[in-house]
Ligand binder design. Structure first.
Ligand code: GLN
Length: 474
């Protein structure tokens, strides 16, 4: 059994004292990956390459030239391009496609001596919240193998949960880093929209997509964020603000004002033990001297519909490029251009992806644009303004990450709307573009992990991460 390291700092001191090597770490993780192969967390393991890269990092540790992430063995979600490696977004349509360049984040991680051990299973094109929409099959939760990992970055979360790597990188469009992290008892952090380059990330819904780390400590989340974030010539949607180095303090923070959503405690749709966890933390925070107050959010019922209309509209446009000509799968039965498009897309995309392409095309079509797409844009504006208003008065918003813990594999398959409603608490930060983090708060009586979320103002990552460190240890 490979040792669990709670943070890179711990690994680094082992490296410095020459008690461990990066090669040794990689070997241990490879052992865990083999042992846990049935969890289906990886679409591919870069075994030989990871060992070779680890050796190089060991050499740099020895001669004192190692980067900030030396000793960090990570996995990446299968929608992140890594030059010379296959990338599938867990879709049949991209089977056999090899990245011709690396995403900016991969370059930045490697430049600081992270070792990438493999690419992780996810929902197809990051569409889903259970990892059951993957062409490669669902990922099993390590806490209970009959249950889902969450999604869409399910493989990334389970890889960290089951110690198959030290940390993982996911993407979060409407909760895909935070929700699987909460289902797996680890930390998932989505920075402000526009903080981390999406160059080389397979797009789902471009006005929402954001990269985020999945880790066991806040300190590691902060470090990975710091390395990945900041302006990039290849992504002009990025904020130009410089990224401040995050110094995580161990001191108790000054008294904060925290708002929590009243409905999270009153709604019958929220699991009783999730509510208990909220109450427990509200009490703890109050006992520590913070002001914690309930707030109402009238637009709550409109969040999920607005998100799904906008995300599907954007997806229908982004996924138009997968046409059987440019990338990956081409139907062997195709007879001409139209038939190549139709057959390749019909055979290459899974059911949920097709549903979203159709929904997105519908809401963008001439007769329905105003009634759906334009209206959803207005609702988004209202949600963003209301969120900003709350965050001008309070330092943080505290809400559950998901209304329930991990559900059984296969349980929600029949009704997509039920699954969409699971995103009720994660889409607020995505619609508003504000940073949010999911922190583990222990297990329920069945041993399933629970997570709570903290949201804060745009570009307030420094404060959010510092408070998270304190919250995580409360
Ligand atoms: N579950 C949400 C969806 O299906 C979020 C996915 C994501 O963040 N990539 O769209």
């Amino acid at each position: 059994m490979a040792k669990f390291y709670s943070s890179l700092t711990e690994i680094k001191s082992g490296l410095q004292r020459a008690e461990i090597t990066v090669q040794g770490l990689v070997k241990n993780y490879l052992g865990e990956i083999k042992k846990n192969a049935h969890l289906n967390a990886f679409n591919e393991v870069f075994e030989t390459e990871a060992l070779a890269n680890a050796k190089e990092v060991d050499d740099r540790v020895k001669n004192g030239t190692a980067g900030k992430l030396a000793g960090m063995v990570i996995a990446i979600k299968d929608n992140i391009c890594y030059k010379g490696h296959e990338v599938n977004a867990s879709s049949k349509i991209l089977k056999g496609f090899t990245s011709i360049y690396s995403s900016t984040i991969v370059e930045r991680l490697l430049a600081q001596d992270a070792v990438i051990i493999g690419r992780c299973n996810c929902d197809e094109f990051a569409m889903g919240g259970s990892n059951e929409n993957s062409f490669f099959g669902p990922v099993k939760n390590h806490a209970d193998e009959t249950r889902v990992s969450g999604g869409s970055s399910g493989g990334s979360a389970v890889a960290v949960q089951a110690n198959m790597c030290h940390a993982a990188i996911g993407t979060d469009t409407g909760g895909s880093v935070r929700q699987p992290a909460s289902f797996c008892g680890v930390i998932g952090f989505k920075p402000t929209y526009g903080r981390i380059s999406r160059h080389g990330i397979i797009a789902y819904a471009s006005s929402f997509d954001q990269v985020g780390p999945i880790t066991r400590s806040v300190e590691d989340a902060a470090l990975l964020y710091e390395v990945m974030a900041g302006p990039d010539d290849y992504d002009n949607t990025l904020a130009q603000q410089a990224v401040e180095p995050i110094a995580i303090s161990q001191e108790k923070p000054a008294a904060k004002k925290i708002a929590y959503l009243q409905e999270a405690l009153s709604s019958p749709g929220v699991d009783a033990e999730v509510k208990d966890a909220m109450v427990k933390y509200i009490d703890k925070l109050r006992a520590e001297g913070h002001t914690v107050k309930p707030i109402a959010f009238e637009q709550l019922d409109y969040m999920v519909p607005a998100y799904y209309i906008l995300a599907s509209a954007e997806a229908s446009s982004n996924l138009a490029r997968f046409d059987g000509v440019h990338y990956g799968y081409r139907s062997p039965a195709a007879t001409g251009l139209q038939s190549t498009y139709k057959r390749s897309r019909s055979e290459g995309f899974g059911k949920e992806v097709k549903r979203r392409i159709m929904l997105g095309t519908f809401v963008l079509s001439a007769g329905y644009y105003d009634a759906y797409y334009a209206k959803a844009q207005k609702v988004r504006r209202l949600i963003r303004e209301k969120t900003e208003e709350i965050l001008n008065e309070y330092d943080f918003i505290l809400i559950p990450t998901a209304p329930e813990p991990a559900f059984a594999i296969g349980a929600e398959e029949k009704d997509p709307v039920v699954t969409y409603l699971y995103d009720i608490f994660t889409v607020q930060a995505s619609l508003a573009g504000v940073p949010a983090i999911s922190l583990p708060v222990g297990n329920n009586t069945k041993g399933l992990p629970l997570g709570l979320q903290l949201l804060t103002k745009h570009f307030n990552e420094q404060q959010l991460l510092n408070f998270s460190e304190y919250f995580h240890k409360l």
